[in-house]
Design a protein around this ligand. Structure first.
Ligand SMILES: Cc1cc2nc3c(=O)[nH]c(=O)nc-3n(C[C@H](O)[C@H](O)[C@H](O)COP(=O)(O)OP(=O)(O)OC[C@H]3O[C@@H](n4cnc5c(N)ncnc54)[C@H](O)[C@@H]3O)c2cc1C
Length: 547
């Protein structure tokens, strides 16, 4: 069933025992799982099936440089940001859940590792194949990334990263949800406040809904916030102001915001062999790529944050790569979504790019055969294909590979989401996002590159070249990965240092749960969506077994 607020019947909306705010990866996975278990669910989604002209307004806010604008990297529509995601699926590692002495404020509550048990089902929801991240997923005789890599184990190991179709959750699950008699989808309706009666702050009695014209308060039974890593926290912060009985949440709510940080640096030079660089398909036909990662023991020994290294392609904007394909993509970048334009400009000095168009055109003319092949691949492997090749990989003409580094960020109380005085058109306070790298983040990044270089020197296959003087400056200028909003309603046992408990229930509020990366206690280096889905499926199980 589908409805809009102007025609919705209050008593029908109130008849659902479970109400989910937000229909992105989290909200949809939760609703699908619950409805398949026969539970009746109301989903309240601020967007419509597609973007509407006014949908951006609610996301306008402020952010500190270099964090992306709050209107970027998140979408308000049925399916949420999976409308645009890249589809990379990576699980957290078992040691991510541990209390690691070298990572302040680390340690998920005991029992949280059971999230690992939900990855198989989560991968299924994301269309990303089996729960196997070893290179044997390509087949028993799969070639390693380079011949001598196994010599570096157990300190440095090779794994794979799987890719979703990428699945737009809105498109994939729309029919199942709207045809289900268990589910009511209320579109174009924002939840702007969670209300408790003053005598009972331990239970949300009602929520206030707004579609821009009509405001309606409905009573709720069990409520799950699944509005994404920033909006969920915003709704909690606004509601906290109205509920004095929630003051126990103040030490953590909105704090410990984290993004992964990303750096492309150095040049990995192979002496004779060609490493495995391209996407390959696993035995079940899933696109996947290789990554290198230090073991948990090695990270602990050297005080490192969890991180991953990948072979990268040269900067699109720099025509010295000599690739007609990269030059074509670079010159056509204005037709891409702003989030992907940002990727093409990554690490590039804009003023140095002026006047380079001629060189890009020369690349295109000189490399026309590759450009034509790329045009066919783009049409058949991206545009028309159901399972799309995730992105274009072109190796550098000089045979070197920049290293792409993705790292965990230390949970830091000064990285935060706060309310601004300014209101959106629903009368809800806008948000400001404060993000920076800490000294520990920078030290870990610098050490990780130096240790990678030392490890690779143990082989005769390759060497990592970089300017030692540039390393710290480059790590310091690393960018937050867009769309990775984590940590501001973190999970823990102690209400003075966390917002939700092991079951994602808000401390001290018996009917309020959160399904979002905002509950991540620490953030690994792994892209977040697979874990968001795993957490949602785990929450579905908890809700249905505690009816
Ligand atoms: C360009 C790009 C590439 C990405 N690539 C990857 C990748 O490769 N791998 C990966 O793991 N992740 C990736 N991500 C991130 C991924 O898209 C998000 O992690 C994921 O979509 C978050 O899911 P969610 O359900 O928590 O939030 P969202 O998908 O943002 O959904 C939240 C929904 O809740 C609704 N909502 C919010 N507040 C309210 C309210 N108050 N009332 C009613 N409705 C509300 C919103 O309208 C929205 O539809 C990428 C993101 C971008 C932008």
């Amino acid at each position: 069933m589908i409805g809009y607020l102007n025609s919705a019947d209050k008593s029908v909306l109130e008849s659902f025992p479970i109400c989910i705010i937000g229909a992105g990866a989290a909200g949809i996975s939760l609703a699908i799982s619950l409805s398949r278990q026969g539970k009746r669910v109301l989903i309240i989604e601020g967007g419509d099936w597609d973007e509407t002209p006014e949908s951006l307004d609610a996301y306008i806010g402020k952010s500190s440089t270099p964090h992306p604008q709050t209107t970027e990297f998140r979408y308000q529509r049925f399916g949420g940001t999976t409308h645009l995601w890249g589809g990379r699926c990576v699980p957290l590692d078992p040691h991510d859940f541990e209390n690691r002495p070298h990572v302040p404020d680390s340690g998920w509550p005991a029992g949280a590792t059971d999230i690992l048990n939900y990855y198989s089902e989560a991968l299924d929801y994301c269309d990303a194949g089996e729960n196997d991240f070893r290179i044997s997923a390509f087949g028993a005789n799969a070639k390693p990334i380079f011949s001598e890599v196994s010599k570096l184990a157990p300190e440095l190991n090779e794994y794979i990263e799987r890719y979703s179709l990428p699945t737009d959750f809105g498109k994939k699950y729309r029919d199942e949800l709207t045809n289900s008699s268990n589910v009511f989808v209320l579109l174009r309706t924002r939840c702007i406040s969670l209300n408790c009666i003053p005598e009972n702050p331990g239970s949300v009695s009602s929520i206030t809904l707004h579609d821009g014209l009509r405001k309606l308060e409905i009573s709720v039974n069990r409520l799950i916030l699944a509005g994404g890593g920033i909006e969920t926290t915003r709704l909690m912060l606004v509601s906290r102001k109205n509920n004095p009985g929630w003051n126990h949440l103040d030490t953590s709510l909105g704090k410990y915001y984290a993004c992964h940080y990303d750096l492309i640096f150095g040049a990995l030079r192979f002496h004779s062999e060609k490493p495995v660089f391209d996407f390959q398909k696993t035995l079940e036909g899933i696109y996947a790529r290789r990554k290198l990662q230090f073991s948990a023991e090695f990270q602990a020994q050297h005080g490192l944050l969890n991180s991953a290294f990948r072979l990268h392609f040269p900067a699109y904007a720099d025509p010295s790569h000599g690739s007609g394909v990269m030059s074509t993509i670079y010159l056509a970048k204005s037709i891409l979504k702003p989030e992907y334009q940002a990727i093409l400009n990554h690490g590039v000095n804009q003023s140095a790019q002026e006047g380079q168009s001629i060189k890009h055109l020369i690349n295109i003319i000189m490399d026309m055969r590759s450009v034509i092949k790329f045009a066919f691949d783009w049409l058949f492997k991206i545009k028309l294909a159901k399972r799309k090749i995730p992105y274009t990989l072109v190796a550098n003409r000089n045979g070197t590979f920049p290293i792409e580094f993705n790292s965990e960020q230390v949970p830091d109380v000064s990285n935060r989401i706060e309310l601004l005085e300014e209101l959106d058109r629903f009368g809800m306070q806008r948000v400001a996002v404060y993000w920076k790298l800490t000294d520990l983040d920078i030290a870990s990044g610098v050490k990780s590159f130096n240790l990678l270089k030392a490890q690779l020197e143990k082989t005769n296959a390759c060497q990592l070249e970089f300017d030692q003087k540039e390393l710290e400056r480059s790590v310091r200028n690393a960018l937050p990965v867009g769309g990775h909003h984590m940590g501001t309603t973190r999970m823990g046992t102690n209400p003075s240092s966390s917002v939700v408990d092991l079951n994602c229930k808000v401390h001290g509020v018996n009917n309020l749960f959160i399904a979002s990366a905002s509950v991540f206690t620490t953030n690994s280096h792994a892209n977040l969506t697979l874990t968001i889905v795993a957490l949602a499926l785990r929450l579905a199980k908890h809700l249905s077994s505690h009816d």
